[in-house]
Design a protein around this ligand. Sequence first.
Ligand SMILES: [Zn+2]
Length: 403
Amino acid sequence: MSRLRRVFELLTVVAIAILVFLACTEVSPGTEEQQLGMISNTPTIAPPTEPTPSAEPVPSVQATPTPWNTPTPMSAEMPPLKKGSKYADVEGEQGVLNEREYFRSAPGRNQRRVYRLEYHTKLVIVDRYKSEFNETWYRVAVVIDGKTEYGYVQASSVDIGKAKPTPAKTGPVNCGNGDTSIRHGEDRNGDGVYVVVLDPGHGGDFYGASHYGAIEKILNLKVALACQEYLENTYENVIVYLTRDRDRSIDPVSDVDDLELRVRVAVDVEADIMVSLHFDADGGRHRGAEGLVTKGELHERSAALSSLILENLEALGIENLGNRKRRSERSRYDYPDGEYMDGYLINRLAAESGIVNCIIEHAQMDNEDDFYDFCNTDEKLKKIGIADAIGIATYLELIPKSQ
Ligand SMILES: [Zn+2]
């Protein structure tokens, strides 16, 4: 009897342990929501914590040039992240980093990483090299903590002479009736040029959804490129930037899809609007396109932009599921007026930067009908990109180029 009782007690303990474990384990959100930075009970941005003393002091790094082609062992330690915000006072062509990039001690991927340089770091190119893999590398001068330092970055990470959008030569745009007031409250710097940032979701190691042999990151990119091309070819006074223009991670030196960096692209180019481009996969049960919009102060403008894009997608035959705003479940993300913060991090970060943003889920790529009707060829994706462009142009009241 007592043995039976002990077995029963043991089983009870095991059952309680399992229940406690299940209660503590949250149902994790789907890939799409995670990658969109859905702020659930697990905050994406960690609350400020006390600095913990590190076991070892971080050794100071010196940009001492190593002989050409001498591989240096990779350090497991992350080099410090620095931003060069002004050009070094040296001879050479000026450029900016178009992504986060390592600043290395010599040209080549296996050379020592001295710093991680922040997106949009200003640099001066003082020399050019070919690496052993036939990649072009620049020797550059950057100003780090007030000091000019020399190091090497890969040429593909540098945009030459594209530090800022070119200001309009013509001044404010005439809206057609002599009214030169700023339309829709956009054109935030009042230079008459509309700066649009298209943000194709995922990229590189981050695939997004994957169905019927297609990968979301690629679909998003194709739509973004088509949208950019159409906007720039069709309308006056619009500049379109992409947060990524090829299949790469938004932050190649990190193992997370850095949503903050996406918004920082928009902030750095003084974007008037930012549209994040995605395809949804919600179990394949339904069809249609949906807009995810901010619930904060910019809600009406965010929703107007999204609705115009959705209407143009609807004209292609895609079901219009309308806009959705999602609230964060954590009170610590309250907006100053007491409103709950946006549930989606991109919506929130853009809103905090005063940029009108929406996320467009163009179709359900795991729904067979949506996939084969709208997603399975480049031509169909191009139509989606053009529909986005027309929606954006309508929102900004862009003027078509005269033939
Ligand atoms: Zn996505």
